[in-house]
Write a new protein. Structure first.
Length: 295
């Protein structure tokens, strides 16, 4: 990468957080935790230009691409600079996961083409819907939750430094069940979770867990995305315990995020099973993302 771009490091969090406070993101990718925990896969590089934060990702085996400029500065000039940086590294200038509102405000259709990226668009839910599970459309989810509550004695635990090892143990057991070593995607996610948990103190996100018989059997990790929205980065549960996924979803939202209006549960990645699972919770709206290509 060019010398003026810096690879993301844990000490960069303050800079990223400052830009995200100035210009609260809507897309799930734009948190420092998300970028840092996946840095082994996407290799984020960044630079400040025109009062904006510019981020270029360089995934293994594929061409680099940019994320939309973030900040209170001149986004039009920042976008131009970002494109020039990409031209030095790739035969195709591509900005990915771009929020729909950014496209409308800053992307000139005479210079760029915009393509809806449905598989990376985020599912956003009413927090109270996920907590209350009221009405006919949530009848099945409420039944799953009630079955769990009836059949298991449990303790809800908030993540702290003393629980990090227990969360890691739970993730290791989950990976054995799911045979992560045979699935590159799950193996990459496993390492991302390891990075997030081992840097819990520095990253400052929130975590919640369900403990049964003194063992963590489910956990979830999330953080504030904007003043009215939290984003859930990770959710894991023992698949052999009926209703446990419904329980950790509901309990994490009620204990950690009841003051937020919305919960962003990220994208479905074009995976049919994941799409059905996310649709089953009846999103309030989608955050549509686009891929921007320079003509």
């Amino acid at each position: 990468m060019p010398d003026n771009l810096k690879h993301i490091e844990i000490q960069d969090k303050e800079v990223f957080d400052r830009f995200f406070r100035e210009d609260p993101p809507q897309i799930s990718e734009l948190t420092f935790t998300n970028l840092f925990m996946w840095s082994h896969r996407y290799h984020p590089h960044w630079v400040e230009r025109e009062g904006c934060l510019l981020i270029i990702l360089k995934p293994d085996g594929t061409a680099p691409f940019g994320l939309q400029p973030v900040g209170a500065g001149d986004k039009n000039k920042a976008l131009e600079f970002l494109c020039r940086e990409l031209e030095e590294n790739s035969p195709e200038v591509k900005i990915c996961r771009v929020f729909e509102e950014f496209v409308k405000k800053y992307v000139d259709p005479d210079r760029y083409s915009s393509v809806l990226d449905k598989k990376n668009s985020d599912y956003v839910y009413s927090t109270q819907d996920l907590i209350q599970l009221s009405g006919r459309r949530y009848h099945r989810k409420k039944n799953h939750l009630n079955r769990f509550l009836k059949n298991y004695r449990f303790v809800y635990r908030k993540l702290d430094m003393d629980l990090v090892v227990s969360f890691l143990d739970m993730q290791e057991r989950w990976c054995r069940i799911k045979n992560c070593v045979e699935d590159p995607g799950l193996l990459s996610e496993d390492y991302a979770i390891y990075v997030a948990l081992t840097h819990f103190k520095e990253l400052g996100y929130q975590g919640g867990a369900i403990e049964i018989d003194s063992r963590i059997e489910a956990f979830s990790l999330g953080e504030s995305l904007s003043p009215d929205t939290a984003v859930i980065h990770i959710e894991k549960a023992n698949p052999y315990i009926m209703g446990l996924y419904s329980a950790i979803n509901q309990l994490f939202c009620s204990n950690a995020w009841s003051g937020m209006e919305y919960i962003n549960r990220e994208q479905d990645l074009g995976i049919e099973g994941l799409r059905k699972a996310k649709e089953s919770y009846h999103p309030h709206h989608m955050v549509n993302k686009y891929t921007i290509l320079k003509k």
